[in-house]
Design a protein around this ligand. Structure first.
Ligand SMILES: Cc1cn([C@H]2C[C@H](O)[C@@H](COP(=O)(O)OP(=O)(O)OP(=O)(O)O)O2)c(=O)[nH]c1=O
Length: 201
């Protein structure tokens, strides 16, 4: 059986992977998340997902090359007018992001990568999210809730931020941080089935 590792400090990604019933071990691997000059958003998220998976492989203790293991990494960015909105650096940054997203549609890109000692496969999933108008007062109250702090684009669709979302087209789980249908397909390519958990229920 292939041992799966999740290279992520994100509680959302751990919950999402748990949701599809695949046993895994979480590990932390630091990666520089600065975009490269003129890097397009899909290339950026895919590069980071691959970097996280490979950094995860690198922190594992040296193992026999015959050991069957794979490491999953993912990255999410909110994209507005081609501009990447990452996690806010401070309150003003979060308020500026929420004002920019107010009353408009934006893209959420999430890439997921799966690596073993021989290969690394990745996929990028794009979703469109439409926000209603957000007043400055609401944005300030939302910041005070603490939720925007560690979220790309300064909001969480799975939390209080849902009240701003009028419409979503694409993958809900990808917006939260891990596209589950595409992740299950990638796992299948590494002979890590999600079906086992279905057959035992
Ligand atoms: C848009 C959106 C993002 N997010 C989160 C998912 C990610 O945790 C975070 C984007 O930051 P990432 O850099 O993708 O991930 P991370 O640093 O939190 O975790 P990792 O250790 O795996 O690198 O924003 C939500 O939880 N809900 C949302 O609606």
């Amino acid at each position: 059986m292939t041992q799966l590792y999740l290279a992520s400090g994100s509680p959302r990604r751990r919950e999402l992977l748990t949701q599809i019933g695949v046993p895994f071990t979480a590990l932390s691997a630091a990666v520089d998340e600065s975009p490269l000059p003129d890097e397009a958003a899909p290339a950026y998220v895919e590069r980071l997902a691959v970097a996280k998976a490979k950094a995860g492989l690198a922190v594992l203790p040296p193992m026999d090359v015959s050991a069957r293991l794979a490491v999953l990494g993912a990255d999410t960015a909110v994209v507005l007018d081609g501009q990447i909105l990452g996690k806010p650096v401070d309150r003003e940054d979060a308020l500026a992001m929420l004002a920019a997203l107010s009353g408009r549609e934006h893209n959420v890109l999430t890439a997921v990568a799966l690596a073993d000692q021989q290969r690394c496969l990745s996929v990028c999933v794009a979703s469109q999210v439409r926000f209603r108008t957000i007043s400055r007062q609401e944005a300030e109250a939302y910041w005070a809730s603490g939720e925007p702090l560690d979220k790309a684009g300064s909001y969480a669709i799975q939390g209080l931020g849902a009240i701003f979302v009028q419409r979503i087209e694409g993958s809900y789980s990808a917006v939260v941080g891990l596209p589950l249908s595409e992740t299950a397909a990638l796992l299948g390519q590494f002979a890590i089935p999600c079906w086992q958990s279905l057959s035992t229920r």
